[in-house]
Ligand binder design. Structure first.
Ligand code: ATP
Ligand code: MG
Length: 253
């Protein structure tokens, strides 16, 4: 199972906001055995988002898009996804009602803010989603998520809100839909990377696995990671590497 993660937001590109959604989602998916094929960060630009979603949808099993879901002027993600999948935006009465209720609860809980500022908002802009998409309720905020299911030609599209607590709350509801066979085993060695190279290549050539070597900054060891979808191949590659590398059994005492 291969997916792409697309995070949307001008502020992420400039490093104003650290892109914790991308790393959090990557970790969640990897823990479920899913291979993350791409992570892309792009501005709140309708054409750019639509293009990325359409392309990745054709290439991978699913695309997860995070950010730009709200009903404010710079939030164009839902619109862009609708364009990418070739469907119009629609508003379900039940979704709209839920948005109105959530907003009313917010007003009740924050009367001073509501008095001081004009908090008029357009519930339709928060409730809209591509026709036929499944709604994912947002237990932490106003903008619900949406899923456009996969078809024969293209992968599924998951649309998630940007605020990290909301993205996590919405993802928890659909986490069970992601499951893959990818697993990994890491070895730790004091050998310098240059001395590892031929062994890493040797393991790659002999076994159906991916092998990566990651130097740990400030530590006395490097990590060699063997990953793949066939546990037997991983075990065989790890045994083969153990015979050739100085392995530290417990690098973090
Ligand atoms: P809303 O407009 O309802 O707040 P939204 O879905 O439109 O939600 P954005 O406008 O994209 O979300 O982002 C809202 C806030 O969430 C941003 O100001 C930023 O602080 C945070 N955020 C967005 N994307 C990310 C990300 N990838 N990593 C970390 N924080 C993010
Ligand atoms: Mg927003």
């Amino acid at each position: 199972v291969e997916v792409a993660i697309v995070t949307v937001g001008e502020e992420l590109l400039a490093g104003e906001t650290e892109n914790t959604n991308a790393s959090w989602l990557g970790r969640q998916l990897a823990d479920r055995g899913v291979r993350i094929a791409r992570v892309l960060t792009i501005p709140d630009d309708r054409a750019v988002i639509a293009d990325a979603v359409a392309r990745y949808r054709g290439d991978f099993d699913a695309v997860l898009v995070g950010g730009g879901l709200g009903g404010t002027h710079d939030d164009v993600t839902m619109d862009a996804v609708a364009e990418a999948v070739g469907r119009p935006l629609v508003v379900d009465e039940s979704v709209r009602e839920r948005v109105v209720e959530t907003a009313a609860a917010y007003r009740e809980a924050n009367p001073e803010t509501v008095d001081r500022y004009d908090l008029s908002f357009d519930p339709d802009a928060w409730a809209e989603r591509p026709e036929g998409a499944r709604v994912i309720p947002n237990d932490a905020g106003l903008a619900p998520g949406a899923v456009v299911e996969a078809d024969e030609a293209a992968g599924a599209v998951y649309v998630l809100p940007g605020p990290p607590d909301e993205l996590r709350a919405v993802f928890e509801r659909i986490a069970g839909e992601f499951g893959g066979e990818l697993t990994a085993t890491s070895l730790h060695t004091p050998m310098p990377e240059s001395a590892l190279l031929s062994h890493v290549d040797g393991a790659r050539e002999r076994f159906d696995v991916a092998v990566g070597s990651y130097p740990s900054v400030g530590e006395a060891h490097n990590r060699v990671k063997v990953s793949g979808e066939d546990p037997g191949a991983i075990d065989a590659a790890v045994d083969w590497l153990r015979d050739r590398l100085d392995v530290i059994e417990d690098p973090d005492p």
